[in-house]
Design a protein around this ligand. Sequence first.
Ligand code: FE
Length: 136
Amino acid sequence: MTPRVVSICVSLLVAGIVVVAFASVVTRPPERSFAKHFEAGVYVCATCRQPLFESRAKFASTTRWPSFRAAVESSVAEREDRSEGLERTEILCRQCNAHLGHVFDDGERTGDDHPDAGLRYCVLSSALEFEGEARE
Ligand code: FE
């Protein structure tokens, strides 16, 4: 095999790799996001299906994560998270311990006497599945 033939073979191989890599990128389905999803129902844990957040507790935040004022009672555990140089409160599914995201205190103010005023449960779309209310 001459150097020129080797060079052509290498070029064809590289071109093939590029085509395969590009095809895998363009055919990948877009990542699902519940950030702008506002149907009536409940968001459940994607791992164990435990109900975590009701749609009526959801609000339109300016972030790209679905945001809730409150979690279904006793469904979410909290844990101090000091990773990435930040002080945050991690939220986890209380039933299966799956990581859900974080809870912050910069959410909507829904009234001074409301116990959940100002909380923002910032949740990963990939940690959730949605179950809509049954329609008749
Ligand atoms: Fe779970």
